[in-house]
Design a protein around this ligand. Structure first.
Ligand code: KG4
Length: 340
């Protein structure tokens, strides 16, 4: 079979990204971040759409040049169809369709979450490349989702548990925001947590039935803790930031891993992967590896570059779908909500 060259396009939130893979080997992965949202403490959808429009042509152009290919080498264009911000998704979807029509190649729609899950299969040429075998369990934790997925093969993803309210990333970001940390707060909490004592503050650890998650109670408990202590000491946050971050991180990580442990036991699966933006968290990575050592799991951690939104993972998912001939009709619109 000839080489399969996929152009991946990702525009579901606030990063415009384009990547090229040849078979499962990464040739380029370019990302334009949008700093315009920083002053608002969160992503402003309309501004995100406009930035995608400005960024998409130069980012795709850069990805093609860096890969050392010409547009006529592209076999198909894979794009994030959803879930995400609808205006942002429209930019990537429309661009993918237009370029595909002009090149005379098919388009492949990718569910963003499945892209995250398959990020572990991107061969970037490094020695540490070690994709999880199928089937495996993947804890997918991002700004919008917290899910335990039974990944049976590159096409079959059974979501066995998910958040019923806030996602883990949202809990990090919202609690960080009330402490005055910049958006997105997750990486700042991670950094500060290293200097704090995780057991110095007790926070609510929500535990609901089955494999599902809930993080809204933790957020409220964090908020009440701050409110009560600020009454006594107006400088409470500044004087205790590291301890607050350490306690918050520990609680989120423990909450995530209790359910993952249960799922691994019930499904009798020992190949365990992490994916999504929050999988960059050092506390989560360490604690998962420790559990792995205890329970005899093989733990697969994504490279940091492939944890947050990137088009390499979209191209990777596109590659698998291309092999099966799963193409998308040009009339299909993007979708903002998770499609199971
Ligand atoms: O996967 P992602 O880029 O976007 C979504 O698809 O949602 O994830 C973004 C999330 C944000 O909530 C961000 O705070 C979180 O990932 N994040 C982290 C870390 N790095 C990114 N959370 C905790 N610790 C980190 N080191």
């Amino acid at each position: 079979m000839n080489d399969i060259i996929i152009l991946g396009i990702e525009s579901s939130c606030d990063d415009t990204s384009a990547a090229i893979i040849r078979n499962n080997k990464l040739l380029s992965n370019c990302i334009a971040n949008q700093s315009v949202h920083e002053k608002y403490g969160g992503v402003v959808p309309e501004l995100a759409s406009r930035s995608h429009q400005q960024n998409i042509v130069p980012v795709v152009d850069q990805a093609i040049k860096q890969a050392g290919i010409s547009p006529s080498d592209i076999s198909a264009i894979a794009f994030t169809r959803g879930p995400g911000l609808l205006g942002s998704l429209h930019v990537g979807t429309s661009f993918a369709k237009g370029l595909a029509m002009s090149l005379g190649v098919p388009i492949i729609d990718v569910n963003h979450l499945m892209g995250h899950t398959l990020a572990l299969h991107i061969d970037d040429g490094s020695e540490s490349y070690n994709p999880p075998p199928f089937p495996h369990l993947c804890l997918l934790v991002s700004g919008g989702n917290s899910q335990i997925i039974h990944v049976k093969d590159p096409y079959t993803f059974d979501i066995i548990g998910q958040t019923i309210d806030d996602a883990a990333g949202e809990a990090f970001d919202k609690c960080a925001k009330v402490m005055g940390l910049p958006y997105p707060g997750g990486p700042h909490v991670d950094r500060l947590a290293k200097e704090g004592k995780p057991d110095s503050i007790a926070l609510a650890k929500p535990n609901i039935a089955g494999y599902n998650y809930s993080f809204s109670g933790l957020k409220t408990s964090f908020l009440y803790h701050l409110r009560d202590n600020i009454k006594e000491n107006p400088n409470y946050i500044d004087e205790n930031k590291a301890n607050l971050c350490a306690a918050l991180q520990k609680t989120i990580v423990e909450t995530l891993l209790i359910k993952l442990k249960k799922a691994a036991k019930d499904y009798k699966i020992k190949d365990i992967a992490l994916a999504g933006g929050v999988s960059a968290n050092s506390g989560l990575r360490n604690a998962t590896s420790e559990l792995g050592a205890k329970f005899g799991w093989d733990v697969y951690l994504p490279k940091l570059a492939f944890t947050t939104d990137n088009a390499a993972m979209i191209a990777m998912a596109g590659y698998y779908k291309y092999k099966k001939g799963e193409f998308c009709n040009i009339q299909e619109p993007p979708y903002s909500r998770v499609k199971n």
